[in-house]
Design a protein around this ligand. Structure first.
Ligand code: GAR
Length: 183
């Protein structure tokens, strides 16, 4: 069984999608901790409801970075899954877990990096949007791509409707990648 640590800043729906597949016995891994930089993140509630260690931590560099690195290390993870984690991962963290940090981004990288990938896609006027699961390197959303799913943009899409359809695909893509990594 692979040991998985999740970093999440908010709602936690991608974390939940992965957890559901683990609970269904479809992924050969276990989530050993969920760490959030927001004390009221829904992701922490979901973790607690499922008897997974839920850890809140926040602060400024370098203290926060040291704390995060030290805390994650204690769990000896095989993979660290960023699931709506809205901070840049520090260099020392990327180095410590090289090739083992995975992120999901709501756009077809390398387009529309950073915040609000769905809004950027709509504003640009692309006809195909989507989501990407990729390794995390020192850049922002620049690491090697593992898998992508495309979503058609409709003429009457708003940021909300497009985001919702992309999220549906995120919930399929991320668990599928985690399943593959754990095999
Ligand atoms: C997801 O859409 C994810 O792709 C995005 O945040 C949302 C988190 O939702 N991540 C980024 O934008 C990272 N740059 P969730 O908390 O319900 O999984």
């Amino acid at each position: 069984m692979k040991r998985l640590v999740v970093l999440a800043s908010g709602r936690g729906s991608n974390f939940k999608a992965i957890l559901d597949e683990i609970k269904a016995g479809n992924i050969n891994g276990e989530i050993v901790a969920v760490i959030s930089d927001h004390h009221d993140a829904k992701a922490l509630d979901i973790a607690r409801e499922n008897e997974i260690e839920a850890i809140f931590g926040n602060g400024k560099a370098p203290e926060y970075n040291d704390w995060l690195l030290g805390t994650v290390k204690t769990y000896e993870p095989d993979y660290i899954l960023l699931a709506g984690y809205m901070r840049i991962v520090p260099k020392a963290f990327v180095e410590a877990f090289a090739g083992r940090i995975i992120n999901i981004h709501p756009a077809l990288l390398p387009s529309f990096k950073g915040l609000h990938g769905q809004r950027q896609a709509l504003e640009y006027g692309v006809k195909i949007a989507g989501c990407t699961v990729h390794y995390v390197d020192e850049g922002m959303d620049t690491g090697r791509i593992i898998a992508q799913r495309a979503v058609e943009v409709k003429d009457d899409d708003t940021e909300e409707t497009l985001s919702a359809r992309i999220l549906e695909q995120e919930h399929k893509l991320y668990p599928a990648v985690v399943k593959a990594l754990c095999e």
